[in-house]
Design a protein around this ligand. Structure first.
Ligand code: ADP
Ligand code: ZN
Length: 208
C-alpha cells in the first residue's frame, strides 16, 4: 500500500506512521527527518533547507520533489510506503502523481489548542529520532529509548509554532479537498490517546 499521512504539525503523523510502517513492514518516509539528516550532515541541500526550517516555512517544492523522487527508487519502497509530512503543497501532490500511485490519504484531525500544547511540550532525541512529550517523561532531558540527550526542536519554539500552523492552513490544508475530490481521503481523530488514535487510523484505512 502506498499511503500519505496528512495533518497539521503535532497531529501525530510521525507516531502513527512509524507504528503502521512497522506493522506493514514498509518504510515510513518523513521528509522532515530526511531534511534534518541533510542539515546534520551539512550537505548542500541541508544548508539550503535549514533557513526555511528554522523559520517554520516550507522548503521549496523542487528541492523536496527531487529528494522524494530519489527516495522512491530505493528497493525498500517496492512493496509500499507511508509518506509522513509529504506532500505539503498542491504542487508537490501534482508532481507526486506523475511518478507514484497513491492508494489512500489519512487525514488526522486535531484542534489548534491541542497542537499548540503538544508542540510546546515536545522533546526529540537527535540520536534515535524518538519524539516524546514532557508530560510522559520522568526526566525531561534523557531519551527513554537510548539514553541520549533530549532537545527542543528549533521550530518548536512558540513563535515558530504559530507560523507553522499558519503555513499549514495556507499551503497544506488545501490538500484535504484535493484528495477528497480524488476519493482517496480517510478521516481519523487525532486527539486523545496514542493507542485510541491508532485504532482509528487502522479502522479508517481498513487495516486489521
Ligand atoms: P512537523 O512536525 O511540522 O510536521 P516535519 O518534521 O514534517 O515537521 O517538518 C519540519 C520542517 O521541514 C517543516 O517545517 C518544513 O520546513 C520542512 N519540510 C518537511 N517536509 C516538507 C515538505 N514536504 N515540503 C516543504 N517543506 C518540508
Ligand atoms: Zn534516543
Amino acid at each position: 500500500m502506498n499511503l500519505i499521512f496528512l495533518g497539521p504539525p503535532g497531529a501525530g503523523k510521525g507516531t502513527h506512521a512509524v507504528r503502521l510502517a512497522q506493522q506493514l513492514n514498509i518504510p515510513q518516509i518523513s521528509t522532515g527527518d530526511m531534511l534534518r539528516g541533510h542539515v546534520k550532515a551539512q550537505t548542500r541541500l541541508g544548508l539550503e533547507a535549514k533557513k526555511y526550517m528554522d523559520a517554520g516555512e516550507l522548503v521549496p517544492d523542487d528541492v523536496i520533489i527531487g529528494m522524494v523522487k530519489e527516495r522512491l527508487q530505493e528497493p525498500d519502497c517496492a512493496g509500499g510506503y507511508i509518506f509522513d509530512g509529504f506532500p505539503r503543497t498542491v504542487a508537490q501532490a501534482e508532481a507526486l502523481s506523475e511518478f507514484a500511485k497513491i492508494d489512500a490519504v489519512l487525514n488526522l484531525i486535531v484542534s489548534d489548542q491541542v497542537i499548540i500544547d503538544r508542540l510546546s511540550g515536545r522533546r526529540v532525541c537527535p540520536d534515535c529520532n524518538g519524539t516524546f512529550h514532557i508530560k510522559h517523561l520522568e526526566n525531561a532531558s534523557v531519551c527513554p529509548n537510548c539514553g541520549g540527550k533530549l532537545v527542543i526542536r528549533k521550530d518548536d519554539e512558540p513563535e515558530t509554532v504559530l507560523n507553522r500552523l499558519n503555513v499549514y492552513r495556507r499551503q497544506t490544508e488545501p490538500l484535504i479537498d484535493y484528495y477528497r475530490q480524488k476519493g482517496l481521503l480517510r478521516d481519523a481523530n487525532g486527539e486523545g490517546s496514542v493507542d485510541a488514535n491508532y485504532a482509528e487510523v487502522l479502522e479508517a484505512l481498513g487495516i486489521r
